[in-house]
Design a protein around this ligand. Structure first.
Ligand code: DX5
Ligand code: ZN
Length: 220
């Protein structure tokens, strides 16, 4: 059985109490902390930058999973690596040379991920799979928390699961957007092994119970 990891998205946390929030989700059993970086240009919303990532680093021992939604992305890779990212993911549309960007992340000593928007095909990641530690399937259009899960992305998750298994490499398959206890089951059944959830965790009264419900998987 594949181990399922839960990565709460800080975007849905109380921004006035972020230190407490990251300590709370760590205590509640989260596996990674998902940090959504938005520039108001690549996506129609602005979130936070490397200064905040750095400030949170001393409040949380979880791996920092940094999802960059900024363009151009290359000038900021080093800043997020230095701020304490463990894994840096980017969209193929965010720069002219995806392969080079992934090489840069690896050269900074960090894990690298490629993010596929709902309209971006699986083929976009295939030629660079050897540089990927993670592939992220967006199950909403990026920019905002609290949107509805786009079910057509389940087939993409299944296709990527087959591609990753064929490669024989250890590559995490992550899903982000509209993940709830219900849609989590479908994602895991399709082959995902890292679930990002903003509203489903930070919108819940009890973070631990919310994380356990997401982890329950297809049988749950
Ligand atoms: C959307 C972000 C997501 C978002 C998920 O652009 O990448 O990580 O925070 O939020 P929910 O889980 O509420 O859909
Ligand atoms: Zn995200």
């Amino acid at each position: 059985d594949r181990k399922i990891r839960i990565a709460p998205s800080l975007l849905a946390a109380d921004f006035a109490r972020l230190g407490e929030e990251v300590r709370a989700i760590e205590a509640a059993g989260a596996d990674w902390l998902h940090l959504d970086i938005m520039d108001g240009h690549f996506v129609p919303n602005i979130s936070f930058g490397p200064g905040l990532v750095k400030a949170l680093r001393k409040h949380c021992a979880l791996p920092f999973d940094v999802h960059l939604m900024i363009a151009p992305v290359d000038p900021y890779l080093a800043a997020f690596a230095e701020a304490g990212a463990d894994l840096i993911s980017l969209h193929p549309e965010a720069g002219p040379h995806l392969h080079r960007s992934l090489q840069t992340i690896r050269a900074l000593g960090k894990k690298a991920g490629v993010v596929l928007n709902p309209a971006t095909p699986v083929a976009a990641v295939e030629p660079v799979l050897d540089l990927c530690d993670l592939v992220l399937v967006m199950s909403v259009n990026p920019g905002f928390g609290g949107q509805s899960f786009i079910r057509s992305q389940l087939a993409k998750i299944a296709a990527l699961r087959a591609m990753i298994d064929r490669s024989g490499r250890e590559i995490a398959l992550q899903v982000d957007g509209g993940v709830t206890a219900e849609t989590a089951r479908d994602c895991v059944a399709a082959g995902a092994d890292v679930l990002v959830a903003g509203t489903a965790v930070f919108g819940a009264r009890e973070y631990g119970a919310a994380i356990r419900a997401l982890r329950a998987g297809p049988a749950g």
